[in-house]
Design a protein around this ligand. Structure first.
Ligand code: ADP
Ligand code: MG
Length: 403
């Protein structure tokens, strides 16, 4: 089984002299007009370079943020991305200010080798998010071949993700999506056991679907982050003022029973770092066991838990991690998350990371290169692992696999 069945790869299409529309995910963090992290831009380079090498006429398009007001538009322009692309590709990037305009049609015929077009933020046009037919057909009017390499946006049925490729006949995926799906398929279908999942982050509700879909395959669950306190509370462990999703308590209880019923392991923190007030420099202490005293809240897993989890991680053959173990943005409450990151770097198993915050923590630790795969799409990877079909992939499927 492969999630890529019936979908053409960019290498299976003849791109020479064709107008190739590449949808990428350049939704990068920008502060004061400067790109803070160009991870997603670099991740799309192999596809863009390949298309240029094949002598295609390339147009690139992406969304950025959720622009609503005119002020937003100033901060969410892709102009800074155009600049970074010029540096990274050593190529002439022609910026097209109107994402829905006619300019590309005029520019394509004169486009030279080593030149490409970049559209302004697609979401500056209302039709993008509403998947408007007018927008899709406008983009299609100058597209010979459509390539999706925007993994992080492929769970959204927007005009450039679904509308456009449903009109264009020749279409496929780029190298980034190919890698994303191939790696996630290792977790979904071709798992080597023991298969371990580390789940943390803010909410149980974000991750329930994925836990349920993967329940039968995962051998060991390591739970941390805020979601651990909903699980602990479901087991009647005192959790003080720690974050808890009261509405999810019975669901957590049921999951614990189902996991144990299948003879799988579910580990919860056995000690914690706790504070009375969550603020930078807050006074903190470590509990001796899983109990959190009244008036205190847990902000990280404790040293015994870190050791326990690291031992499990070193033994696993397949590993998936989503969500930090504590409030990692605030030092020293990043220590639990860093301990997991280090164990992931050390293990011989195949390590796959989904989730923006977990990825950010790994990058902060400088351990990017030690992981087998860091997904560029938190939401998209979770939806894929929940067993949901990604609209941006389904529209590219041809032949039998469509049913
Ligand atoms: P990811 O982006 O990796 O999927 P999430 O977005 O689900 O992760 O969660 C990240 C957030 O969870 C972080 O902002 C972090 O501060 C918060 N968090 C982690 N542990 C705790 C905790 N014990 N209490 C409150 N918030 C927490
Ligand atoms: Mg997040």
């Amino acid at each position: 089984m492969s999630g890529l069945e019936g979908i053409k790869k960019i290498t299976e299409l003849n791109l020479k002299d064709k107008r190739v529309f590449i949808r990428v995910d350049f939704n990068v963090p920008i502060e004061n007009g400067k790109i803070v992290d160009d991870f997603r831009i670099r991740a799309a380079l192999p596809t863009i370079k390949y298309a240029l090498e094949q002598e295609a006429k390339v147009i690139i398009a992406s969304h950025m943020g959720r622009p609503k007001t005119d002020e937003d538009k100033k901060n969410m322009s892709l102009e800074a991305v155009a600049e970074r692309l010029r540096e990274l590709l050593e190529c002439d990037v022609i910026f097209v200010h109107e994402p829905e305009g006619n300019a590309p049609k005029g520019l394509f015929p004169a486009l030279k080798r080593n030149q490409l077009l970049l559209l302004e933020n697609l979401r500056f046009s209302e039709g993008e998010e509403s998947n408007a037919h007018e927008m899709a057909s406008q983009l299609a009017s100058y597209t010979d071949i459509y390539i999706n390499d925007a993994f992080g946006a492929s769970h959204r049925a927007h005009a450039s993700i679904v509308g456009l490729p449903s009109i264009v006949k020749d279409k496929g995926i780029g190298f980034l999506i190919e890698k994303e799906i191939t790696m996630l398929d290792r977790v979904l279908y071709k798992t080597e056991s023991p298969f371990l999942a580390v789940l943390g982050g803010s909410k149980v509700s974000d991750k329930i679907g994925m836990i349920e879909n993967m329940l039968s395959r995962i051998d060991t669950f390591l739970i941390g982050g805020a979601m651990a306190y909903t699980f602990l509370s479901a087991k009647n462990t005192p959790i003080g003022n720690s974050r808890v999703e009261t509405a999810k308590l019975s669901l957590a209880k049921e999951l614990i029973e189902r996991i144990h019923g299948r003879d799988k392991k579910l580990l919860l923190p056995i000690d914690h770092v706790i504070v009375q007030d969550l603020k930078p420099g807050a006074e903190h202490k470590t509990t001796t066991n899983e109990i959190i005293p009244e008036g205190w809240m847990a902000v990280d897993i404790g040293p015994k838990t870190r050791q326990l989890y690291a031992n499990e991680i070193l033994r696993a053959a397949t590993l998936f991690w989503n969500g930090p173990m504590g409030v990692y943005e605030m030092k020293p409450f990043d220590q639990g998350t860093m301990a997991i990151a280090n164990a992931f770097a050390e293990t011989n198993g195949t390590s796959i990371i989904g989730g923006g915050d977990s990825a950010a923590a790994i990058k902060a630790a400088g351990l990017e290169d030690k992981m087998d795969h860091i997904s560029t799409g938190g939401g998209a990877s979770l939806e894929y692992l929940e067993g949901s079909k990604l609209p941006g992939l389904e529209v590219l499927r041809q032949g039998k696999a469509k049913s």
